[in-house]
Ligand binder design. Sequence first.
Ligand code: IMP
Ligand code: MG
Length: 178
Amino acid sequence: MTPDSNNEVTELISAEAISQKVAELGAQITRDYKGKNPLMVGVLRGAVVFMADLVRSIDLDITIDFMAVSSYGESTKSSGVVRIQKDLDEDLKGRHVILVEDIIDTGLTLSYILDYLAAREPASMCVAALMVRELEEDVNESVKYIGFPIPDDFVVGYGLDIAGRLRNLRYVGALKKT
Ligand code: IMP
Ligand code: MG
């Protein structure tokens, strides 16, 4: 089954809209961190596509690192259980950290990661998320850069998966509820 001929997925955010938004976020980060050298931390695996585009739209001397967590397993519902599968290689002490996330759904994963990293005494920490659930009432105040508020559909593409598939779509699509 090739993603583009997959009629279970309907386009929600076009590749063009994503690239325009990512450029805006990059420009904003460039302004906000002028004179600083932020450490961009991508949360594997979902954030990898967003991260790759975002860092190239930032005109600063940056460092990148990745961590891997799992929260969903093969299901489409948050289990609330976050497991660190790969930790960072960089030392966070005194660094300006920008955590790059694909989507904030319940916010459980994010809260866990922020607490976990705060203990390493970064100079500052904030979050750039490509998508945030529209109905999420108290999005963590650390979430400073948001690409798109999105409805309650399960989304795939541009890094996001369903059971490991469809991460390589250029757009973000919604899975049709069956
Ligand atoms: P949270 O802990 O509920 O905020 O879930 C966050 C993580 O779950 C995200 O970083 C994604 O990896 C995954 N996730 C949440 N919603 C979706 C979705 O609609 N599609 C794909 N992955 C999702
Ligand atoms: Mg994720």
